[in-house]
Design a protein around this ligand. Structure first.
Ligand code: ATR
Length: 274
């Protein structure tokens, strides 16, 4: 039996153990996956303990993704670009760090929501860890343009610099504050943490092209404040449930070499809401 876990604090709300249990059953993998509550000052020690006990890999969630990045002996290109790690693989005592959040987002948009990113005008709201993690996978889809908007302009400018330095494509990349936004977009991704406080970044109504998809990376049992706002302006909306399941599927693939079918898992969680 191969052992995996998710490290976080808090962790009781995590859906990852159930998601991975469903993947494991579906693909007949002999593994278990536990939630691991880590003391705020005990991340490195908890990882070491889990490795010593024979653990094969782990996911990492709030607030340890930056520590996981620092602790990794090797990093994937997407984890290096994200500056954060959500997936650890333990191999011969070495810690390999990856980040599957951005690819989970892109996969959910392009495959599950059947919305191409290539050639489209993309607006990314926020310039924190979640936005940074989405950057490289989004650019790899070759959008026509990428606008990064944030409350604090300097942070958006930092992300633009990072994107420009890593992006070989001809994608036009710019930064603005909310009130400077004066054009429309086909895809609007909310990577701010505003929804956690039931707030909405004050973006003008004119950003919503017709048609457009508004995607809130946050997931809750009820519609997020951002998606409610976007719907008023005619946008199709999607929340972060699909991203959550796709980032897990990518981690599962890294560890087990098999891609689980995410649809029944998505349908199960959606059916439990409300
Ligand atoms: P995360 O890891 O979730 O990205 P973070 O790195 O703290 O968290 O980043 C939070 C992001 O949400 C930032 O872009 C932040 O804007 P600032 O850079 O100006 O701080 C944004 N944010 C948080 N609360 C917000 C709010 N109420 N309205 C708009 N933006 C908000």
């Amino acid at each position: 039996l191969a052992h995996y876990c998710v490290f976080g604090n808090p962790i009781h709300h995590s859906k990852s153990p159930l998601i991975h249990a469903m993947f494991a059953k579906q693909t007949a993998q002999s593994m278990d996956y536990q939630a691991n509550l880590v003391p705020l000052d005990g991340f490195a020690a908890s990882v070491q303990q889990f490795m010593n006990a024979g653990g094969k890999g782990a996911n990492v969630t709030v607030p340890f993704k930056l520590e996981a990045y620092a602790l990794s002996d090797q990093l994937s290109a997407r984890a290096a670009m994200a500056g954060a790690v959500n997936t650890l693989t333990f191999s011969d005592g070495a810690i390999v760090g990856d980040n599957t959040d951005g690819i989970g987002l892109v996969c959910d948009i392009t495959k599950n929501a059947a919305t191409p990113i290539r050639g489209r005008r993309v607006l990314l709201l926020g310039a924190g860890g979640a936005a940074r993690g989405a950057l490289l996978p989004l650019l790899e889809e070759q959008p026509a343009s990428l606008m990064i908007a944030n409350r604090t302009l300097s942070k958006a400018l930092d992300l633009v610099q990072l994107a420009v330095s890593s992006d070989g494509s001809k994608c036009q990349i710019e930064a603005k504050t909310w009130e400077q936004l004066d054009s429309s977009f086909d895809l609007i991704i909310n990577a701010t943490s505003a929804s956690l406080q039931s707030e909405v970044p004050p973006i003008p109504a004119s950003v919503f092209a017709s048609p457009c998809l508004a995607y809130d990376m946050m997931y809750a049992d009820t519609q997020t404040s951002f998606n409610r706002y976007a719907q008023q302006y005619g946008a199709a909306t999607r929340d972060g449930l699909g991203m959550l399941i796709e980032q897990a599927a990518e981690a599962f693939f890294i560890w087990r070499g098999i891609r689980p079918d995410t649809k029944p898992v998505f349908d199960y969680f959606r059916s439990k809401e409300g």
